[in-house]
Ligand binder design. Structure first.
Ligand code: HEC
Length: 165
């Protein structure tokens, strides 16, 4: 690891921030994916809320569906597609409708997208030990097959059907 690279310093800064006593005082439960947590607060919390609870009719909660998606291959692909290409079109999560545009995040690298999704799955969704963390290779596989937000929305319907949701 090159300790002088900007990326390493950025990761170190994120770790320091998340692990600081002030931060721990505000939230006593330690997170399994601190870099993912920092990425989430910087990029996702504005719509989904700091704890992923969502916002009425604007952005869905991330505390129950993503953890289920992580249990099947097409669902894992769905998670990677959603952050890489965004999503557009009405979605229903726990009987509530959300119809807004999810931003795309191609500027975040594969490791960063995997870790932010792992924060969602494990820290927000409390996935059990039988769930495999997402890895950068799974993100890279979707990055090599570009889609638009409408296609991501269509794929989501197939994932929900496969999971019986
Ligand atoms: C501009 C607001 C906005 C931002 C920023 C945003 N999202 Fe979203 N997100 C949405 C909306 C809206 C949807 C539902 C899209 C739709 O209605 O088609 C969504 C959907 C999702 C879903 C799919 C949920 C499901 O049930 O299928 C995941 C996972 C997700 N977002 C994760 C993230 C992550 C991780 C980030 C940060 C890297 C992020 N979002 C940033 C608005 C946002």
């Amino acid at each position: 690891m090159n300790w002088r690279s900007p990326r390493t310093l950025g990761v170190a800064a994120a770790l320091l921030f998340v692990g600081s006593p002030l931060c721990l005082a505000a939230d006593p439960s330690p997170v399994a994916y601190p870099v993912g947590a920092a990425t989430f607060q910087a990029n996702c919390a504005v719509c989904h809320g700091a704890k992923g609870a969502g916002q009425s009719s604007l952005a869905p909660p991330l505390t129950s569906y993503p953890v289920r998606y992580a249990s099947i291959r097409e669902g894992r692909r769905q998670l990677a597609m959603t952050v890489l290409y965004g999503m557009f079109g009405d979605v229903v999560v726990e009987q509530k409708h959300y119809d807004f545009k999810m931003s795309e995040f191609p500027q975040l690298d594969d490791d960063t997208l995997a870790t932010v999704l792992n924060f969602v799955i494990f820290d927000l969704g409390h996935a059990g030990q039988d769930t495999q963390p997402l890895n950068a290779t799974e993100i890279a596989a979707e990055r090599s097959q570009p889609l638009d937000g409408t296609a991501v929305h269509t794929h989501r319907a197939a994932v929900l059907a496969a999971l019986g949701l």
